[in-house]
Design a protein around this ligand. Structure first.
Ligand SMILES: [Zn+2]
Length: 317
């Protein structure tokens, strides 16, 4: 996999503005422990990671998001609810493109519902294992290089946009690839969430430097407008990621460690007293975390947000 960030390390990834103010002076990568800052663009208000590493390859180890079968099954079950909702756009079956499809679990679920599916996954090893395991059509080319004339009813960017060095050109390409009545659906962490405000640099979903852009509902909407998309709906419910984010964020603040449970589940750390403590804390916090997450969804301050957009009128370049 080769991930290349934009050349200008401290300029705004959305509007290119060069003036910014720090909103977080020191945030550590939970994997490498390298330190980064989070800046807010003076022109468009979006928050972004600085500096953007020249190469992000060292920040995506093989084990990144490589969970065991139990966690995978759980995530699959939760994703099933989302897919049922998204698939209502074309109950008889439509065409879906997932950008950053990973092992292809969402695409497989769409295919079971009679949808025509295509995945883009730039890690060739991951793409190949999804092709073999599920028989899915997965390419490693960017959206802009898909054959001309190919359009989709639904384009999904699930926890992808925050990893992209320049989100506007990608969204613009997605807008161009929408069939009439089509939707782009994206899910990103919410930098204005209660969870982010509570945990600051220790927020589980901050995940610098893999997360290059830190959206709020307002800055996400602004980004969509720049890309020629029009927001249709914003949702905050995220049962698979939000309560868990509370548990890890509280744990980070209590212990001063970074993402103990996640590091264990991804196989970075062996089982030990700290992991045991984190599981016990998770058991104690499970109900309060679920209640808090639910309240934050109703207040529009959930830790994750899902925006659905259709093609609109482009504004600023
Ligand atoms: Zn900006």
């Amino acid at each position: 996999m080769s991930l290349t960030a934009a050349p200008a390390a401290d300029s705004c990834p959305v509007c290119g503005g060069r003036e910014s103010r720090p909103v977080c002076l020191e945030a550590w990568d939970p994997i490498t422990r390298d330190a980064f800052r989070v800046l807010e663009c003076a022109a468009c208000g979006i928050a972004f990671t600085a500096p953007r590493p020249a190469s992000l390859d060292p920040y995506y180890p093989q084990r990144y998001r490589a969970y065991g079968p139990l966690v995978t099954r759980l995530l699959q079950m939760f994703y099933g609810f989302r897919i049922s909702r998204w698939a209502r756009l074309k109950p008889q079956g439509g065409s879906v493109l997932e950008v950053g499809c990973g092992p292809g679990l969402m695409l497989a679920a769409f295919r079971r519902r009679g949808w025509k599916v295509l995945g883009i996954e730039r890690n060739e090893a991951v793409a190949e294992s999804a092709r073999r395991a599920l028989g899915l059509e997965i390419v490693t080319t960017p959206v802009a290089e898909l054959p001309p004339g190919v359009a989709f009813d639904l384009i999904i960017l699930f926890q992808v946009l925050e990893h992209i060095a320049e989100p506007v050109p990608l969204l613009r390409e997605c807008a161009r690839r929408l069939a009439p009545g089509g939707r782009v659906v994206m899910n990103v962490p919410n930098f204005a969430s209660w969870q982010s405000r509570f945990a600051g640099p220790q927020w589980f979903h901050l995940d610098v430097p893999r997360h290059l852009t830190h959206f709020t509902p307002a800055t996400l909407q602004n980004t969509l407008t720049r890309a020629g998309l029009e927001l249709v709906e914003m949702r905050f419910a995220s049962p698979e990621h939000d309560p868990y984010g509370w548990v890890e964020s509280v744990n980070n603040r209590l212990t001063g460690r970074a993402n103990t449970l996640t590091r264990f589940l991804m196989g970075f750390d062996p089982f030990g007293p700290t992991v045991l403590f984190s599981f016990l804390l998770g058991a104690v916090l499970a109900l309060p975390a679920a209640l808090l997450a639910g309240a934050s969804w109703m207040a529009g301050r959930g830790a994750l947000m899902e925006a659905s957009a259709r093609r609109g009128t482009p504004s600023a370049p």
